[in-house]
Design a protein around this ligand. Structure first.
Ligand code: SF4
Length: 296
C-alpha cells in the first residue's frame, strides 16, 4: 500500500515521536485547536497569497488594501480557543506583528514582478523507486525568474527564530519540494537551476540557496531511511523541549507521565482581546521597514 508522508509528519516524528503517535497513529483530536503563532502565520500567508494572486491578474493592491485584507482575515478566523502561551503578549501584539511583517515585505518587494507562477502549489512525488512512499506538500509561492532563467521556490516564515547558515543547509522542506519540481519539469527544462528562498519576515531577511543533484539524492535517501524507521517503530518516546509549551497535546502528555518539575505548566488561555473595527490601518504605513520587532 502506498503511504503518504509530508514534511510536517516527518518533522513531528523527529521532534517528538510521542506526539507523532498521538497525531498520526492514534489520530487523537488535539485539545488545543491552535496557537496564536499559528493563527498569525496563517493570516500572513493567506494575505501574501491574496497579494500574489492579484499581481498575477495584473493588479497590484495598495498597501492599505493588503492590511485591510489581513485585518479582515484575522478577525474572521480568530476565536477564543486560540492559545496565547506568552503571558506578556496580547492578541493585539500578535496582530500588530503581522502588520509590521506585511508592511516591510510590501515595501521591500513591490511591485512584485518576480515571475510568480503559482501560490500554494501542491506537489506530490515518489520518494522511492517502487513508489511505496509518496511525499506531498505545498509550496508557498513558485516563480520563474526571467532574468536568471531559473525557477524559484519561496517560503514565508513568521516565527522569530532565524536559523544559522548550517541549519539552513540542513533544512529538508524546500529541498524536498525542489526534488518534486525537478520531476515535474519537462526534459528540455530538467537542467534549469532551482533556488530555494526563505523570507524571514520578523527579520526582513531573505535567504536563498541552491542544492546540487548529489545533495538532493542524499536527502532523498535520508528521508527514506527516516520513513523506514517510522514504519518499524513500536515505541514512541516523549521528547520534551521548549516546544512543549506550544504542543496541542501537552495536557494529555502531562497526564500520562511528565512530572511537573521537569515540565512546568506555563500554558494559559487568555480571553481574546476584542478587535475593534477601527484598527488604525492607515497609520501602520508610517511604521516603515525599520520597525524593531520586540519579541518572539
Ligand atoms: S508535550 Fe512535549 S513531550 Fe509531550 S507530546 Fe507534546 S512535544 Fe512531546
Amino acid at each position: 500500500m502506498v503511504k503518504f508522508y509530508s514534511y510536517s509528519k516527518i518533522s513531528t516524528f523527529e521532534k517528538c515521536p510521542y506526539k507523532f503517535k498521538l497525531r498520526y497513529i492514534d489520530k487523537i483530536p488535539p485539545e488545543i485547536k491552535g496557537t496564536i503563532e499559528v493563527h498569525l502565520g496563517i493570516a500572513v500567508h493567506q494575505t501574501l497569497e491574496w497579494l500574489y494572486k492579484e499581481v498575477m491578474q495584473k493588479n497590484i493592491p495598495e498597501l492599505d488594501n493588503l492590511i485591510i485584507y489581513y485585518k479582515n482575515f484575522w478577525q474572521k478566523k480568530y476565536n477564543s480557543n486560540i492559545l496565547i502561551v506568552k503571558k506578556n503578549l496580547t492578541e493585539r501584539d500578535y496582530f500588530n506583528k503581522g502588520v509590521t511583517f506585511l508592511i516591510n515585505y510590501y515595501t521591500q518587494n513591490s511591485p512584485f514582478n518576480e515571475g510568480t507562477i503559482e501560490c500554494e502549489k501542491k506537489v506530490v512525488f515518489n520518494l522511492d523507486e517502487k513508489g511505496n512512499y509518496k511525499l506531498q506538500g505545498f509550496i508557498d509561492r513558485f516563480a520563474y525568474n526571467l532574468e536568471k532563467e531559473e525557477y524559484e521556490i519561496h517560503d514565508y516564515k513568521t516565527a522569530n527564530y532565524l536559523p544559522s547558515d548550517e541549519e539552513m543547509h540542513k533544512d529538508k522542506q524546500l529541498a524536498l519540494y525542489c526534488i518534486a519540481i525537478k520531476e515535474y519539469l519537462s526534459e528540455s527544462e530538467k537542467d534549469k537551476e532551482i533556488s530555494l528562498n526563505w523570507h524571514y519576515l520578523a527579520h526582513s531577511k531573505k535567504i536563498s540557496i541552491k542544492k546540487t543533484i548529489e545533495q538532493l539524492e542524499n536527502l532523498r535517501e535520508e528521508v527514506i531511511k527516516i520513513i523506514e524507521k517510522i514504519e518499524l517503530t513500536e515505541y514512541f518516546p516523549k521528547k520534551s523541549s521548549r516546544l512543549c509549551d506550544w504542543c496541542e497535546y501537552k495536557a494529555l502528555c502531562k497526564k500520562s507521565e511528565i512530572s511537573e518539575s521537569i515540565y512546568p505548566d506555563k500554558i494559559i488561555e487568555k480571553e481574546p482581546v476584542e478587535i475593534k473595527k477601527e484598527f488604525p490601518v492607515m497609520n501602520y504605513k508610517e511604521r516603515g521597514k525599520n520597525t524593531t520587532l520586540d519579541i518572539w
